[in-house]
Design a protein around this ligand. Structure first.
Ligand SMILES: [Zn+2]
Length: 209
C-alpha cells in the first residue's frame, strides 16, 4: 500500500478492500446483489479519490520542502570572515522574528547567529526592510561612490523581491487549499468508515445464522 497514506486513509482502504474481495467472491458464486454491487463501486470510487488526494498531497508538500531550502545564507564567521570552517548548529529567531541559522566556526571556536534569514518567507521580509533602509539612505547625504553603489544595487534587490513574492504566495495558497481538502477528506473518510463498519457487522451477523 502507498506509504504516503495517513492512518485513517490506510484504515479505510483496508475496509474498502475487504468489501471488494467479498464482492469478487460473491460474483463468482453468482450471489452479488445490486445493492452490494453499488457498495463495491462506492468503495472503489472512494479508494481512487483517496489515492489521488494522497499523491496530490505528496507532490505539494515536496514542492514546499524544496522551496524551504532555496535560501543560501552565505554565512561568514564574524571573527575570521571565512566560511570554510563553519558548522551549522541550529536555528534561532532574531529580533525581527526571522529564523536564522546559528553556526560555530571551528577555526575561531566562536558561535554566532547569522544576520540573514534561512528561509524564503523571512527573506521576503528581510528584503523589504533592506530596500526601505537603502532608499532612506539615499535621502541622506552620502559619499558619491557609495551612492552609486546603492543606486545600482536597488533594482536588483527589487527584482529579487518581485520574483520571490508570487512564488511564495502561490505556494501558500496551494498549501491552504490542500489543508481545506484535507479537512473535507477526513470528514468523508470518517463517515464512510462508520458506514462500512456497520455494513460489516451486519454481514458478520448474517453469516453466523
Ligand atoms: Zn572564524
Amino acid at each position: 500500500m502507498n506509504k504516503a497514506l495517513k492512518a485513517n486513509e490506510r484504515e479505510l482502504i483496508k475496509l474498502t478492500r475487504y468489501f471488494s474481495k467479498r464482492a469478487e467472491q460473491m460474483t463468482i458464486d453468482g450471489e452479488l446483489s445490486e445493492d452490494q454491487q453499488k457498495l463495491t463501486e462506492a468503495c472503489e470510487n472512494l479508494e481512487r479519490q483517496l489515492l489521488q488526494h494522497a499523491d496530490n498531497r505528496t507532490a505539494i508538500l515536496e514542492k514546499r520542502a524544496q522551496l524551504e531550502k532555496i535560501i543560501e545564507d552565505n554565512a561568514q564567521c564574524p571573527k575570521c570572515h571565512k566560511a570554510d570552517m563553519l558548522k551549522r548548529q541550529g536555528v534561532a529567531t532574531n529580533e525581527h522574528g526571522w529564523k536564522c541559522n546559528s553556526y560555530r566556526c571551528r577555526r575561531c571556536n566562536t558561535t554566532f547567529t547569522w544576520n540573514r534569514p534561512n528561509n524564503p518567507w523571512d527573506m521576503l521580509a528581510f528584503l523589504e526592510l533592506y530596500i526601505k533602509e537603502l532608499e532612506a539612505s539615499l535621502d541622506a547625504e552620502m559619499d558619491p561612490s557609495l551612492r552609486q553603489h546603492t543606486e545600482a544595487a536597488l533594482p536588483q534587490l527589487q527584482d529579487s523581491l518581485s520574483r520571490l513574492r508570487p512564488v511564495l504566495q502561490g505556494s501558500d495558497e496551494e498549501v491552504e487549499a490542500l489543508m481545506e481538502k484535507e479537512r473535507e477528506m477526513d470528514k468523508l473518510i470518517h463517515q464512510f468508515k462508520n458506514y462500512l463498519l456497520i455494513e460489516k457487522i451486519k454481514l458478520d451477523t448474517y453469516q453466523e445464522e
